[in-house]
Design a protein around this ligand. Structure first.
Ligand code: ZN
Ligand code: ZN
Length: 302
């Protein structure tokens, strides 16, 4: 499977027994990322059997403690356990300063290179790309600078429709051109790649959006994502709290999912004032049917 998501922490603000603060582990096309790193994340990684030395980069949404306080412990443990592979950390302005300052004052010399990528964008922006995936930062609307992330599998080359090889008498050179999406130009004929190739399957994609007020632009940015995690800190009965604290309700998240026409919605970042998550689902489902309230340890595949 190209994408596997493990929920390491699904709560907000303070970790409680049974629900850690925000962190997720994502394996997309064998690229391994940690998304947010609340306090206690390294124990959650152990608990849910994720090999954390294989993480190549950490993406931090914002500098509220429930999203990044676990970094110091995790990075320290990686070093104590002898990591040599470089680790990248993507996050907003200030994250590098905080982390480096901590290690400097404690006179910690890491066993590996720590590379920071500071995010700063006002629109959807490509921040990582390799041969098989792309990652975009999505500027969210919270009380402080905050980013969501969109992970997308890159499409392989197009597949030739075998019946068309005969029909158009395609040469090997022309087949390769069509596979690359190029137009075939003959002396008296133009053949578009889509005339001789099969329609592309939807690429595997995952959008992660926390913490944020509902954003009008978001559905366009994440259109058709196969999986969306959107925060639902509150339900509508606490809509005033949601507005005042820069968060969303279950109904807000479901509306975004519907407008973005995603395949599946995951809700999380629940306020500890709610004992059960049923009421989030009851509120979201009439708006967007394929919705799940996540628990720590849940695993989702695309
Ligand atoms: Zn939070
Ligand atoms: Zn926050």
């Amino acid at each position: 499977m190209p994408l596997k998501l493990t929920i390491l922490g699904s709560g907000s603000a303070v970790p409680v027994l049974g629900r850690g603060v925000t962190a997720q582990f994502l394996n997309i096309n064998e690229r391994r990322f940690l998304i947010d790193c609340g306090e206690g994340t390294q124990l959650q990684l152990r608990r849910f059997k994720v090999k954390f030395q294989r993480i190549q980069a950490i993406f931090i949404s914002h500098l509220h403690g429930d999203h990044f306080l676990g970094i110091f412990g995790l990075v320290s443990s990686m070093s104590l356990l002898g990591r040599t592979k470089k680790l990248q950390i993507y996050g907003p302005e200030g994250l590098e300063e905080i982390v480096r300052h901590q290690f400097k004052l404690a006179q910690v010399y890491l066993s590996f290179e720590l590379e920071f990528v500071t995010l700063s964008c006002k629109d959807k922006t490509l921040v990582f790309e390799d041969a098989s995936i792309q990652i975009f930062a999505l500027p969210l609307k919270h009380r402080i600078e905050c980013y969501g992330f969109l992970f997308i599998e890159k499409q392989d080359e197009l597949k030739i429709d075998k019946d068309k090889i005969q029909e158009y008498q395609l040469s090997l050179v022309e087949i390769l051109q069509a596979k690359r999406g190029e137009t075939i130009q003959r002396e008296n004929e133009t053949i578009l790649a889509e005339q001789v190739t099969l329609p592309l399957e939807e690429p595997c994609s995952y959008a992660y959006c926390t913490d944020t007020r509902p954003i009008a632009k978001l559905p366009a940015w994440i259109k058709g994502a196969r999986l969306l995690y959107h925060e639902a800190t509150f339900t509508q009965k606490h809509n005033d709290r949601a507005k005042a604290t820069g968060h969303s309700t279950a109904a807000d998240a479901a509306t975004i999912a519907k407008e973005a026409q995603v395949a599946r919605l995951l809700l999380g970042h629940f306020s500890t004032r709610y004992k059960y998550t049923d009421e989030f689902k009851i509120e979201a489902q009439p708006i967007f049917e394929n919705v799940t309230c996540v628990e720590d340890g849940d695993v989702f595949y695309v």
